[in-house]
Design a protein around this ligand. Structure first.
Ligand SMILES: [Zn+2]
Ligand SMILES: [Zn+2]
Length: 726
């Protein structure tokens, strides 16, 4: 095989390989996945060997040779998976391959020696947007972020690679998008703070049956399904089943991947895996430093570790002889990547399991309609669930505020009994609106079409969509009046109301404001756990990843908030949220109850959740999806347009929509463009496509989008494609 097929690693969408190179005699040991530096016109690029061939369309003497081969490379068995992601999610081969390359490829960050700059953007909501392009970043800032995407670099390396000077770095650092750290620090990933017992508890009969079914699949028994849904409420023992299945895979000489929604929200589960698996355990996630990530990656690649636990990106972990993939909380939206490529780790897991003949287990208390429809089920025991009491807020006296008298009564009872309560509301901050009572002036974000949120602790008005912050005014900026009204409620206001009425009982607030620092989330939960009697108030975070038997009351104050999103998954999300919160109450001997305040007591999701009826909800939801031609009965592709100039977005969106109406395959339906909206000072429009034939539709969209890559009139418009949008 004298010819190398090389896919360049580049951000340019139009540059698409693979390109042919001659294999030099000195590079006999190259394999699929090897990284080489190649001449490309006047430039030098890094590229990945994706295939070999005996002949090229070009004469051999006209082909160039790689300049050098790098030490690092992607595992050959994962190169196909990276390219599959690129095709399936309308991305570029380069972006797909980046997912399976060792962290820091081509940057020399594998052996860090001095202070390095590392990318923090991936773990911030605002950073995702910055990375996916289109935000207000200078050319150098953007180039620096792109370079750091592949791994950390020293300031000097960054300067020579993309010309980013100190000022550029300082700006990025101020925005929180990058951080500088001393790379001589310890590289073993942290998390030792939490310990968990290593002994194996006795399995219940249902757990035992589930483990046996998975083991039968691992042994390749005829008739044992290769993919299974493990359905069980919180506390029914799913983690023990995963652990037993992973141990069975290890005994058979296989490795395993365990996907968890967000590592920060699953400290208890991660600690259990670490305690039971010891040295065989590795963890991969974006909160690790680049050096730590590199080390964990190498431990897996070398076979030193065989089990990888991590969030969505861990689906690409280089686990050897993969035999089992577990997806915990498989309904969780964090399995979908927002930036390009917009992959869904659940779909990638399925593909990877198929290709490597591994067994797939998806576990959840609230299955997605598609999984319910497609996967054979393993049922864990039904636990005694707490009664759910629906409180109809349409009939409530508006003067009684965001907490209904019935909810207050239940909270008072918790205080008297000396137990604990969890209170959830879907919005952080103090109040979602600030208005002037005299002239009606309303404070909204100068960059986005949304209201500014009042944050009382910081004395600021904050936009939850962009980084805009201003000092909260004492008087109206329009008329000078001092009668300002802070309407509505967020976590801060509820915290204040609870403290006022229930004090001195401690109130702990858990939302992305209080849990921002490293370890803050676990600390708040620990303090709530240690207090003899307390209330935990917060956003959806309070419904995830913990287990406190002393909780006798869960209350959700705005159960219909998620229903108001214009999203076909709104019902599914709402059901999952209410069911998850209900599962947090009454876990101990004392029993418990659940209060659901809502303006929509008759919504299917809320009604079924109040009866703990997954099967009933899913039957109705699947019927609705079929009628409306939504997944799993179709595929969705969303195209996002954005630009600073409104007219440019208009031209691009309507032009592309018109073309696609002509070129989309039979069975596709194009909706939109939807109305214009503005976020982070950019005008945005969306087009949605419902499709029967996914491959042909993605193909048509790719062609239409890429034909515009060279169009100078659209240069300032960013066009993003999201396949299977959430
Ligand atoms: Zn006013
Ligand atoms: Zn804003």
């Amino acid at each position: 095989m004298a010819i190398l097929k090389v896919e360049p690693l580049t951000t340019a969408r139009a540059l698409r390989g693979p390109f042919d190179y001659r294999r030099p005699a000195a590079m006999e040991d190259l394999e699929v996945g090897s990284v080489v530096r190649v001449p490309f016109g006047p430039r030098r690029l890094l590229g990945v060997v994706v295939d070999f061939a005996d002949a090229s369309e070009l004469p051999l003497e006209r082909l160039a040779e790689p300049i050098e081969a790098l030490e690092a490379g992607a595992p050959p068995e994962l190169v196909g998976l990276g390219l599959w992601v690129a095709r399936e999610y309308c991305s570029t081969p380069s972006r797909g391959l980046q997912l399976v390359l060792p962290p820091g490829t081509g940057t020399g960050s594998g052996r860090p020696t001095r202070a390095k700059v590392e990318l923090r953007a991936e773990i911030l909501p605002a950073g995702e947007a910055a990375l996916s392009g289109g935000e207000r970043l200078g050319v150098k800032q953007r180039a620096a972020l792109e370079a750091l995407r592949a791994g950390e670099l020293s300031a000097r390396e960054l300067a020579s690679a993309v010309g980013a000077d100190r000022q550029t770095l300082r700006r990025l650092e101020q925005r929180g998008l990058v951080a500088t750290r001393d790379s001589r620090l310890r590289r073993a990933p942290g998390g030792a703070a939490l310990t968990a017992p290593a002994e194996r508890p006795r399995l219940l009969p249902e757990q035992q049956a589930a483990v046996e079914a998975i083991v039968a699949a691992l042994d390749g028994d005829a008739g044992a399904p290769r993919r299974q849904l493990l359905h069980g409420v919180t506390g029914s023992g799913k983690t023990e089943v995963y652990l037993a299945a992973v141990e069975a895979a290890l005994e058979r000489g296989h490795g395993a991947i365990v996907l968890v929604p967000e590592i920060g929200l699953a400290p208890q589960a991660v600690a259990r895996f670490r305690a039971r698996l010891g040295d065989r355990f590795a963890v991969l996630h974006s909160a690790l430093s680049a050096g730590e990530r590199y080390d964990e990656w190498q431990r897996l690649r070398s076979g030193e570790a065989s089990v990888c636990v991590g969030p969505r990106s861990a689906v690409f972990a280089p686990v050897r002889d993969l035999g089992l993939i577990v997806i915990d909380e498989e309904h969780d939206p964090s399995y979908k990547q927002e930036g390009d490529p917009t992959y869904d780790a659940r779909a990638v897991a399925r593909r990877r399991a198929e290709v490597s003949d591994a067994v797939l287990v998806a576990g959840t208390a609230t299955p997605r309609p598609e999984s319910w429809l497609e996967l054979p089920r393993l049922e864990l025991p039904k636990l005694r669930m707490p009664p759910v009491h629906l409180v109809d807020m349409r009939e409530a006296d508006p003067r009684s505020g965001p907490i209904h008298p019935e909810t207050w009564a239940a909270l008072e009872a918790v205080r008297v009994a000396g137990t604990k309560a969890i209170v959830m509301i879907n919005r952080r901050g103090f109040a979602p609106w600030l208005n002037c009572r005299s002239c009606g002036h309303h404070w909204s974000c100068p960059n986005c079409d949304v209201s500014l949120i009042v944050h009382r602790h910081s004395g600021r008005l904050v936009c939850h969509h962009c980084a805009h912050v201003e000092v909260a005014p004492r008087a109206c900026t329009e008329c000078g009046s001092t009668t300002l009204s802070r309407a509505g409620a967020g976590t801060e206001r509820i915290e204040a109301l609870l403290a006022e009425r229930l004090g001195p009982m401690p109130i702990f607030r858990l939302d992305s404001d209080t849990a921002a620092g490293r370890g803050a989330h676990a600390r708040i939960l620990a303090r709530f756990g240690e207090a003899p009697s307390a209330v935990l108030v917060g956003t959806q975070m309070v419904a995830k990843g913990h287990d406190f038997p002393e909780v006798t009351l869960s209350a959700i104050l705005d159960a219909d908030a998620t229903l108001r999103f214009p999203d076909f998954r709104a019902e599914e999300r709402t059901f999952a949220m209410v069911a998850q919160l209900a599962g947090r109450s009454g876990r101990g001997e004392a029993g418990g109850e659940v209060i659901v305040q809502t303006l929509a007591p008759n919504a299917a999701s809320i009604e079924h959740a109040s009866r703990h009826d997954s099967a009933g909800f899913l039957a109705g939801e699947l019927e609705r999806r079929q009628r409306l031609h939504y997944p799993p009965y179709s595929h969705l592709v969303r195209i996002n347009f954005s630009a600073e100039v409104e007219a440019r977005v208009e031209t691009a969106a309507t032009g592309l929509a018109t073309e696609l109406r002509r070129t989309l395959p039979e069975g596709s339906e194009l909706l939109g463009p939807a109305p214009m909206f503005r976020v982070r000072n950019r005008h945005r429009r969306r087009v949605l496509i419902k499709a029967d034939d996914r491959e042909a539709t993605v193909g048509a969209v790719r062609e239409a989008v890429e034909s515009r890559a060279a169009d100078r009139s659209l240069r300032e418009v960013s066009i993003g494609v999201d396949v299977d949008p959430q």
